[in-house]
Write a protein that binds this ligand. Structure first.
Ligand code: NAD
Length: 309
């Protein structure tokens, strides 16, 4: 199917998606409701492309920028698109309203993916015209450096829309994973949630500092996680593979799970203590600089992984 890519909502994530699609050679039309975002958009994307170029992750910044058009209306961006990536605010009424506006503008066969971090699509696409063309395509920030995309159909999403979304994501160099049916938080944030839950609980009970809990991941678990997941990890960590690992360590994990039976909200007091520790290591005015450092580390890792592949 011919047609361009439409980006609806051009903040942090919509900007990242624009790079993903334009870098892959797609014509991209961008719309954001805020005039200031529309006006500053090309400069923000240009800066990110310059950074990518400095890590040899792209060749021709000008050619990528030339594929991007910022539109003044939603209709201008969406009409004629074969794929629409929606990245507006993470609020059900806002997502519902924009889905209802996008639906009637769709060409036959077009697909709409939402970047929602954890809201099932059925919570905001039920009343949309052409609702069988809507699903979730959840990225990680920034999507042009972290390739996984969770593809999550609503109960009414057409099978060919799911297949089409998987194919488009693979074509533009992302790594789509299919979440077969809706669940809050999908897979990525459910996995992250389990780890965060333990991190908060261990910190609260005084077993370790926030820094040492972080180091356990950055200097330990996380090194493997940049190229293999939890199942492959345990498959390689016992002489007889995953079944052997389960026989040896299954009882330990079962016992840990049984000790966590009382889920709690993260309390203000607890958040305050972690915040105090973090702000001592990284004052508030250092956050932006540290984010740039994180992105440069991700670029170096992406460049390394590209060479291995
Ligand atoms: N930030 C992350 O790390 C991250 C990661 C994965 C997914 N997401 C998801 O991506 C989505 C966007 O998040 P973000 O971090 O880019 O937020 P953001 O605040 O940076 O951007 C949201 C943009 O949507 C625009 N907008 C709001 N209503 C609109 C409308 N009706 N039409 C067009 N534009 C509209 C706003 O002007 C704003 O520019 C959310 O659903 C979020 O959960 C965020």
């Amino acid at each position: 199917m011919a047609g361009h890519i439409a980006i609806v909502g051009a903040g942090l994530v919509g900007g990242g998606w624009t790079i993903v699609f334009a870098r892959a050679g797609e014509q991209v039309r961008v719309y954001d409701a805020a005039p200031a975002i529309r006006q500053g958009f090309m400069a923000v994307v240009g800066q990110q492309l310059d950074d990518l170029k400095s890590y040899d992750l792209i060749d021709d910044v000008a050619a990528i920028l030339a594929r991007i058009i910022v539109c003044e209306t939603l209709e201008e961006a969406v009409r004629g698109a074969r794929f629409v990536q929606e990245s507006v605010l993470e609020e059900v009424p806002v997502k519902r309203e924009i889905s209802n506006q996008i639906g009637p503008l769709l060409d036959p066969g077009a697909i709409v993916g939402s970047s929602t971090s954890g809201i099932p699509g059925s919570a905001f696409t039920e009343e949309a015209t052409n609702r069988e063309r809507f699903l979730v395509t959840h990225p990680v920030n920034p999507p042009y450096l972290v390739p996984v995309v969770e593809v999550v159909p609503a109960p009414w999403t057409a099978r060919d829309a799911v297949d089409g979304a998987l194919a488009i994501m693979a074509k533009v160099g992302q790594s789509p994973v299919l979440v077969r049916r809706e669940i809050e938080g999908f897979i990525l944030n459910r996995l992250q949630g389990v780890l965060l839950r333990e991190a908060w609980d261990l910190f609260e009970a005084g077993y370790a500092s926030a820094e040492d809990i972080d180091n356990t991941v950055s200097e330990g678990l996380g090194l493997r996680w940049s190229f293999m997941g939890p199942f492959e990890t345990i498959d390689l960590n016992a002489p007889g593979g995953v079944a052997d690992y389960a026989a040896r360590l299954g009882p330990l994990y079962h016992s840990i799970q049984k000790s966590r039976t009382d889920p709690q909200m993260w309390s203000d007091g607890l958040i305050g203590k972690v915040d105090d520790e973090r702000r001592e290591v990284l004052p508030m005015d250092g956050l932006a600089g540290r984010r740039s450092w994180r992105d440069r580390r991700l670029m170096a890792l992406a460049a390394h992984k590209a060479k291995q592949d």
